[in-house]
Design a protein around this ligand. Sequence first.
Ligand code: GLY
Ligand code: MN
Ligand code: MN
Length: 427
Amino acid sequence: MRHAPIDPELFVANRRRLGALLPPGALAIIHAADMLPTTADGTLKIHPASDLFWLTGIEQEESVLVLCPSAADPALRQQLFLRQPNEHLAAWEGDKLTKEKAQQISGITKVRWLSDLPGTIHMLMCESETVWLNANEHERAAYEVEDRDLRMARLLIKKYPLHRYERLAPLMRRLRAVKCPAEVALIRQAVDITDAGLRRMLAALKPGVMEYELEAEIACEFIRRRATMAYEPIIGSGKNACVLHYVENEVACRDGELLLVDVGANYANYAADLTRTYPVNGRFTSRQRAVYDAVLRIFDASVARAVVGASIRDWKRAAQVDMTRELVGLGLISPEDAAKDSIDEPACKKYYMHGLGHSLGLAVHDIAPVDGPFEAGWVITVEPGIYIPEEKLAVRLENDILITEKGPIDLCSHVPIRPDEIEELMG
Ligand code: GLY
Ligand code: MN
Ligand code: MN
């Protein structure tokens, strides 16, 4: 792992939080992510499974966490299973975790090799009532490939059909939504790295520069700061900025256009997710500025409404109402169309067609209870935008916000967002 070591107390506390939700007689099994193939004999770099990481800090493939909080033998209550290092692995893949190293990272005392896993599971099944298994229950996940968690579920249900099986995902969703201070500190690091990447990119932004050259500037800064891209960056100039998932980043930025940059660093598996919109030549036109200011007003109001107890549905709806008013002001929709606005058919949909934000953490679209309400400790994005393809012009602004009992804290407040600041920075 490239990132600095993390205090294992984070993972110890996370296991304690999960343990407190599990009833007596529970057995929970959590897996690493699969290595995914590319073509031929290629594989993608592993993306650590967020739940396993959250509970252990372990990023190595094939690892398995087994929790049995009420096991008769206290030594068997938390066990971590790893690939056993050998000379072949050392020659081809380098060092694998030793038991001692895994203990240091996770704070788990009982670390064993994978060859012990089947026997251990059988033993613990015999003293357990309910088996808590994991699955990817992200509401927006679309996947066809069965992962290790699901393969284990099939195997166990076939072999032990008389046990009761429960879903771990709803518990993880509730727990992971609330970030502890150590996690917020890691997200702040990801934000700071993103800020450094954007500042470096701005030094290279001028008419004629290719979008991919700007991507390279950001990537360079991320890598030298021990981070990766949290997602495929969107670096779209002119009409490309109107394409919500534009990731080709392939054309030249032209004088007089706006450039939309949606980019976030992944540091220690925690994501940042920021969007800024810059004038390619350093100065906004009056029309660009009018659209920018409209988005910024909605951004400010939406940050202010991100308070404990707010329902996500109401929060999103309030931004749609603001947006409809702004779009009338910009001459983009008529007052008559605005009057027909409803939650089912928002009048702003033609120019603002996506959500206002999402939970952020170990995934860029992190898990959290779908309609909230917002709780202290959630980190969310706020990302209103206006997209006007007929003017080849789009503005989106996106920051990462920590919700607290005392109100929202903008973790990106130091990343220039006011248009005057941007023009000064670019000047
Ligand atoms: N970059 C993905 C998003 O903003 O949700
Ligand atoms: Mn984004
Ligand atoms: Mn986002």
